[in-house]
Design a protein around this ligand. Structure first.
Ligand SMILES: [Zn+2]
Length: 429
């Protein structure tokens, strides 16, 4: 397997106005960003030190064993629409950023016919750039890759059609744009082992799929799981996606962030980081993610120890029946947080690709086992943060009972109290 580890973001259309104001309205509004939203996305990436490079560049560096730039990210735009040149390119060039555009070699200068099969309502008509326009983009530093010849679902094509779509489109596009074509993008993100093999055999250096489709594999240069940037994505989702993690903050948390209750200073450009600081953090040991003592997750407390935490003797996690390892990190089999994660991890592959870490900062004057005050540990790890207003229950006396070790405390970050529930914590990387 050719390895390539770089976060790849996916965009489709960039228009002058938000999707809700487009006429006719798009069938898939999540594929449409306003130019203003794209500008905000690019500003956020730049503010946080992300460095854009084309997919071809990333693949070439990776193959040569060269390190990618710090916080490298690849921006990809599908289908080769005119809106890319009119709205995305000026915003990219204004910031010295680059991108990879995937064009459909047999439809240059035409329209997105594949989105509007006859007899169906279909998507808005979008005009596609012609060969001359694509040459202009290359001159402006944009990579042009292939998105097939006519944009079919390649997994449904016979071998001859597949060869024409994958290898044939590479030659056809190269002839049209007067430049070699190094990367491929599977239409609809769909691939299987046969389609992947066709892309690898056609001479491409990398091929892009979409996160969540079967056969997309992190680290596989020919099955790259791209993360879509949606019109509703906030900084939280965007920055996690730019770091290679697919993220979606639940709507109720988004509402909290936007309501002012959380007091996240949105103008500062920071990443809102929600830190769950549970009173008696050891409750996690009993009922949620398993936190052992010094030896790690499987270094369990005694049954009596769990009893103090309210865990019945027949549910202690030291019995393997009460441990669930399906998410990598060990959880109590009956953990509600784990159930919530698994309800979102809809396929075994998604669950198998999920893992986590427990950040612990020991209390100085408590049981010496409680994972309290992780915000100080996070700050020590290099995040420059700001403790914000409490959300949830009232401030409590917990701060008096469970102070962080003095060596960890940074007075400039110290909250006035430690909450029993949770804080919003803003990091600025
Ligand atoms: Zn497409």
């Amino acid at each position: 397997m050719t390895r390539l580890r770089v976060p790849v973001l996916m965009f489709h259309h960039v228009e002058a106005v938000p999707p809700a104001e487009l006429a006719p309205p798009p069938v898939h509004p999540d594929s449409y960003l306003s130019r203003r939203k794209l500008a905000a996305v690019l500003d956020t990436l730049a503010y946080h030190g992300h460095h854009t490079l084309t997919l071809a560049e990333a693949a070439a560096r990776s193959r040569a064993g060269r390190r990618l730039p710090h916080r490298a990210v690849v921006l990809t735009f599908d289908d080769g629409c005119r809106c890319f040149r009119d709205h995305a390119l000026p915003e990219l060039t204004a910031r010295g950023m680059t991108a990879t555009l995937f064009a459909v070699s047999g439809e240059l200068g035409g329209s997105n016919r594949w989105d509007r099969p006859s007899g169906e309502p279909g998507e808005r008509r979008e005009d596609l750039l012609d060969a001359a326009a694509l040459r202009g983009l290359i001159a402006a530093g944009i990579e042009v890759g292939s998105h097939g010849r006519h944009h079919p679902d390649l997994t449904a094509c016979d071998d001859a059609t597949l060869a024409g779509e994958v290898a044939g489109s590479r030659e056809e596009l190269a002839a049209a744009i007067g430049s070699s074509v190094a990367t491929f993008c599977y239409p609809y993100g769909r691939l299987d082992a046969r389609v992947r093999a066709a892309a690898a055999a056609a001479g491409y250096a990398a091929a892009a799929a979409i996160h969540g489709v079967s056969a997309a594999r992190p680290g596989d240069a020919f099955a790259l799981p791209r993360l879509p940037v949606n019109p509703r994505d906030g900084r939280f989702e965007l920055l996690l996606k730019a770091s290679g993690a697919n993220a979606a903050l639940s709507p109720d948390m988004q509402a909290l962030l936007g309501s002012g209750q959380c007091n996240v200073p949105t103008a500062a450009g920071g990443l809102p980081f929600i830190c769950f600081d549970l009173a008696g953090g050891a409750n996690l040991v009993g009922s949620e993610v398993l936190v052992g003592v010094q030896g790690g997750q499987r270094n369990f407390l005694s049954t009596a120890g769990y009893g103090k935490l309210g865990v019945p003797g027949n549910m202690v996690p030291s019995s393997s029946a009460n441990i669930d390892a399906s998410l990598g990190l060990l959880w109590h089999a009956d953990g509600a947080i784990k159930r919530g994660i698994l309800s979102k991890a809809t396929t075994p592959a998604t669950a198998a690709g999920t893992n986590g870490a427990v950040l612990c900062a020991m209390s100085q004057n408590d049981t010496q086992n409680n994972p309290h005050n992780p915000m100080y540990g996070i700050a020590m790890a290099g995040a420059q943060g700001l403790l914000l207003n409490l959300v949830g229950t009232e401030s409590s006396v917990s701060g008096g009972n469970s102070q962080a070790p003095m060596a960890l405390i940074n007075p400039s970050l110290q909250p006035t109290t430690i909450s029993q529930r949770f804080h919003c914590f803003q990091t600025r990387y």
